[in-house]
Ligand binder design. Sequence first.
Ligand code: ADP
Length: 420
Amino acid sequence: MTAKGAKILYIEDDHASRRLVERVLTSRGYEVFVATEGLEGINLAREKRPQLILMDINLPNMDGREITTRLRGLPNFSEIPIVALTANISAGSRELALAAGCTGFMTKPIDVATFTTDVERFLQGKQDKLSADERNQHLEKHAQNLVESLEKKVRELRAANKRLMELDSLKSDFIVLVSHELRTPLTLVSGYSHLLAEQVANKNDLVPAQSIAGIAEGLQAGVGRMQDVINEIISVVRISSGTLDLSLGPVRLTKIMADIEKTYGEICRKRDLKLNVDDFSGLPLIQGDGRRLQAAVEHVVGNAVKYTPDGGEITITGRDMPGKAVDIIISDTGIGIPLEEQRHIFEQFYTLGAIQHHSTSKSAFQGGGLGLGLAIAKGIVEAHNGRIWVESERRDPDALPGSTFHILLPLSPSDEVPSL
Ligand code: ADP
């Protein structure tokens, strides 16, 4: 066989090695195809029918020995030269590669001066040999490696399957919650619109303004709640697809806190919750999307309100990390969060506890939620290059250990967030 035009497939995950080998071989007239991992390599081998395959050994997912054994089992690949090309020169690695079905073994980095001559020799039929003993011994080791690798894959697949099933069940819960969350305000809107129609139909005179105002308020509340639900879903979809765009500008935390007090002040008074908001005026301006940051803080404060029983206390403080970041700390005297759940509560659709226990009012103790609030808060904070996390001892609705959430924001999204 002549070198000119021979097709060579190189399976290699390292970009620099791939480029070098490709360049050297192409300049000598070989036609080179490259694949970065095993399955792609096997498909390319089937499609292009190369005359020789150069095989890296340490590859992700499926190593070079596994790929070689697989190729040897395919029609048309029992004889073609497959040459291991590896930086791993530890004892036994050559023998193991040959036992797995490789024709030869070459080391990286390649010697540009001799590389093509070596490749040409394999094309012309050179074969590295093992003694029968060596072969048996390493075949056994190779078989063990294959079984271990299979076992690892089964374990990984099982874990991935479990995770998918959990996600599937979370999504089913989510659909039930969304329907519930939309149906309640819809009933409200429907009730008020009937009332309005009745008032107009029953009275020849004009309906009193006061009555209309009451109806309008009811309609607005229902529509507002439906808008909230839809906005939450849109935000979470944007975050998941990485299309949450920020409109950056200077953000005054005092303004955010004043709005939070306005939103939650009345609710807290009604539920006898003490809302303490620190003076944020000494904290620096940060660069960010004020509207979205406010939404993130609101989700966390909203949860503090939801998961703290009447008579409790919610405190919002700010800590300056001069020149670097601002830490917004929201703590409550609520039911707390179990340690093992603390990682998951920031995932989409994750709501702790049976969904049928969720009451609908967002401000009631353990009131309704879609399990999206913290996922949205996390998405917004991370889009600002910040970090959000929670500290809580345990969940205990009797002892009320409370929870403390941190929202750590760098002064600008282009800054690194400091580690605490
Ligand atoms: P939800 O809409 O269910 O409140 P979130 O994403 O906002 O969804 O929160 C996820 C879960 O985390 C909640 O269901 C709740 O169990 C738990 N959680 C969040 N904040 C608190 C808190 N301050 N105290 C106790 N539990 C909390």
